[in-house]
Design a protein around this ligand. Structure first.
Ligand SMILES: NC(=O)c1ccc[n+]([C@@H]2O[C@H](COP(=O)([O-])OP(=O)(O)OC[C@H]3O[C@@H](n4cnc5c(N)ncnc54)[C@H](OP(=O)(O)O)[C@@H]3O)[C@@H](O)[C@H]2O)c1
Length: 202
């Protein structure tokens, strides 16, 4: 049994991730603190440091947070880009940079992207761009991590559980059950792969 810190645990993707990790000891974190063990804001370096200090050493960190702004490209403001980049890109990169000190030898990071990086839809340019960027980050930083640490990204299509929210924006997409996406998180945490993008699509 491993100890796994899941950030964004109370969200739809966090619940999907945990469905594949229930055989481990899961420590949960999220922004509001509702229904989780720890409070954290991944866009704040100080908040991330304080989370890792309170949780201590873990075998794996799974992040499912990546807040995105949705608008047509020509209407996207600088602030909307920054909000998305601060969360889905820099927030996730900082989880790896700061978290490396707190993950045991041979442990892993699993980050989140999303299918819109390869199947674009209107309004989702910021989500698509940062999803692609975090995948490139993981492929490259895998070569730099010390002590056999691993890093992968799960790239899921829309969850069945989220279809009522996103379905209208995504005509022609086939949602997948959270339990299937949970298997990809399990493959990242319990396997030996690194620098990989684990796509879950229908
Ligand atoms: N849902 C899908 O079908 C789907 C498919 C593919 C990819 N994704 C990607 O998965 C990611 C999560 O989506 P979701 O559907 O799970 O969203 P969600 O249901 O809205 O959950 C987001 C979670 O992240 C937490 N959070 C937000 N900002 C945070 C911050 N700055 N620091 C710490 N925690 C923060 C929230 O905590 P509080 O509730 O406490 O604020 C919440 O638990 C997004 O990047 C999305 O693009 C989702």
């Amino acid at each position: 049994m491993k100890t796994i810190l899941v950030i964004g645990a109370n969200g739809s993707m966090g619940k999907a991730a945990i469905s594949g990790l229930s055989h481990h000891r899961v420590v949960t974190a999220g922004r509001s603190g509702n229904g989780v063990d720890h409070r954290v804001d991944i866009t704040s370096e100080q908040s991330l440091r304080s989370l890792f200090t309170s949780v201590g050493t873990v075998d794996a960190v799974v992040n499912t947070v990546g807040s995105c702004e949705y608008a047509p490209f020509l209407e996207m403001t600088d602030q909307q880009w920054r909000t998305t980049i601060d969360s889905k890109l820099i927030g996730q990169m900082n989880i790896v940079r700061i978290g490396t000190e707190y993950v045991s030898d041979g442990g892993s990071f699993t980050l989140i992207s999303g299918i819109l990086s390869v199947k674009p839809i209107p309004m989702a340019i910021a989500d698509a761009t940062t999803s692609g960027a975090i995948e490139t980050f993981a492929k490259c930083v895998a070569f730099e991590l010390p002590r056999g640490l691993r890093v992968n990204v799960v790239n899921p299509t829309v969850l069945e559980e989220s279809w009522p929210v996103y379905g209208e924006m995504m005509p022609g997409f086939q949602p997948v059950p959270g339990g299937l996406v949970g298997k990809a998180f399990q493959r990242s945490v319990d396997g030996f792969i690194t620098g990989q993008v684990l796509t879950v699509d229908a």
